[in-house]
Design a protein around this ligand. Structure first.
Ligand code: GLN
Length: 302
C-alpha cells in the first residue's frame, strides 16, 4: 500500500477545500490560530512515518489529552474507575451539563468534559497537580518517544480564565460526592492537560501503544481494547456515530482541531485542521481520515 501517495492526495484535496468550518473562539488563545493549517501523519509500528502538510507544527491537543488521562486513571484504579464514570455515548455536546443532573453526578463517559474532569480527579487522587502533570507528560513522552513535548502555559491560563462552565461541571459532581480532590486542584490539572502541545507526527506516534502491534510500547496492556472501545463510541461526542460510520476507526478529537486515530494492529494516525464543525470536531480533519479509511480499507468493520 502506498501510504505516501494516499497522504499526498488527501493534502491536495484539503488544500482545495473552500468550506473549512470555524476555529474555536471560546478559549481566546485558540482563536488566534491560522485557520488554513492542515497536517496529517501516519506512524507505523516499524518506525516509518508518512506525512503531508503541517505535520511538524505543534498545536493544542485539548481533548485528545483525555485518552492519556484515562490510561493513567485505569492504570491506577482498574475497574473501580467505572464506579465514577459511565461508558455510554452521551449524544450531547461535549460540555453539556444536562445528563449530569438526571444521572446523579455520574458522567456518561470519560471523554465528555464532565467525565474527563472526573477522570483527571481519579488520576490525581493523592498527588499534587504538579506530580500528576509530570506523570502525564512522562506517559505521553514515552508513548511518542519524544522528550520535547510540553504544556503551553498561556493556553492553560486562557482556559482557566474562561473555564466557568467546566468548573460548574466539577462543582456539580462535587455536590454529588463524585470529586475526591478540591475542585480548584482538579481543574488546574485539567486545564493544563488540555494545554499540552503536540504535532501530528508526535500524536501519530503516541497513538501506537493503542494499536497493540508488535514492537509498540506496552503501556496499558489490559486497558488498550477498552480505551479503543471508548474512543469508537464516545471520542467525537454527539458526532461519534457519524465518525464511526464514516471512518470506522477509534478516534479522539480536540477543539484545537486535532484528531488522533488508532488503526488497530496497523498504525497511529493524526490529522490537524483547526476549523471545527458544529459538534466541535475538526471538519476537514474528519473528511481527511474518512478519505484515508476509504483508501486503506483499514476500517475495523472491513
Ligand atoms: N479544554 C477544552 C474544554 O474543556 C476541551 C474540550 C475539547 O477539546 N472538546 O472545553
Amino acid at each position: 500500500m502506498d501510504i505516501a501517495a494516499i497522504l499526498d492526495d488527501i493534502g491536495e484535496t484539503m488544500a482545495r477545500a473552500t468550506d473549512r468550518g470555524r476555529v474555536a473562539t471560546y478559549i481566546p488563545q485558540l482563536a488566534r490560530i491560522d485557520a488554513n493549517r492542515f497536517g496529517m501523519a501516519v506512524a507505523l509500528p516499524d518506525g516509518q512515518i508518512f506525512t503531508t502538510g503541517d505535520a511538524k507544527i505543534p498545536f493544542s491537543i485539548q481533548s485528545i489529552s483525555k485518552v492519556f488521562t484515562l490510561a493513567l486513571a485505569l492504570g491506577r484504579m482498574g475497574d473501580q474507575f467505572w464506579t465514577r464514570v459511565g461508558r455510554e455515548p452521551s449524544g450531547q455536546a461535549f460540555n453539556s451539563i444536562l445528563q449530569l443532573e438526571h444521572e446523579g453526578g455520574i458522567p456518561r463517559n470519560p471523554f465528555i468534559n464532565a467525565g474527563a474532569i472526573a477522570t483527571t480527579d481519579a488520576a490525581l487522587a493523592g498527588h499534587a497537580p504538579r506530580e500528576f502533570l509530570g506523570e502525564l507528560l512522562r506517559f505521553i513522552r514515552t508513548a511518542a518517544g519524544d522528550d520535547s513535548i510540553h504544556i503551553n502555559e498561556k493556553v492553560a491560563r486562557s482556559e482557566e480564565e474562561t473555564g466557568d462552565l467546566n468548573r460548574a461541571l466539577a462543582y456539580f459532581m462535587a455536590a454529588h460526592g463524585n470529586m475526591l480532590n478540591p475542585v480548584d486542584l482538579t481543574m488546574g490539572a485539567y486545564f493544563h492537560q488540555c494545554a499540552v502541545e503536540m504535532s501530528c507526527i508526535q500524536l501519530a506516534r503516541a497513538a501506537l501503544f493503542l494499536t497493540g502491534a508488535d514492537g509498540t510500547p506496552r503501556l496499558v496492556s489490559p486497558g488498550r481494547r477498552r480505551i479503543n472501545a471508548m474512543m469508537m463510541l464516545c471520542g467525537h461526542y454527539d458526532a461519534s456515530g457519524d465518525f464511526a460510520y464514516r471512518v470506522g476507526l477509534p478516534g479522539k478529537s480536540g477543539v484545537g482541531g486535532g484528531i488522533m486515530v488508532v488503526a488497530p494492529g496497523r498504525a497511529g494516525v493524526c490529522v490537524w485542521s483547526p476549523c471545527l464543525n458544529a459538534q466541535g470536531n475538526s471538519k476537514l480533519g474528519t473528511e481527511a481520515v474518512e478519505m484515508f479509511g476509504r483508501a486503506t480499507g483499514w476500517s475495523v468493520f472491513d
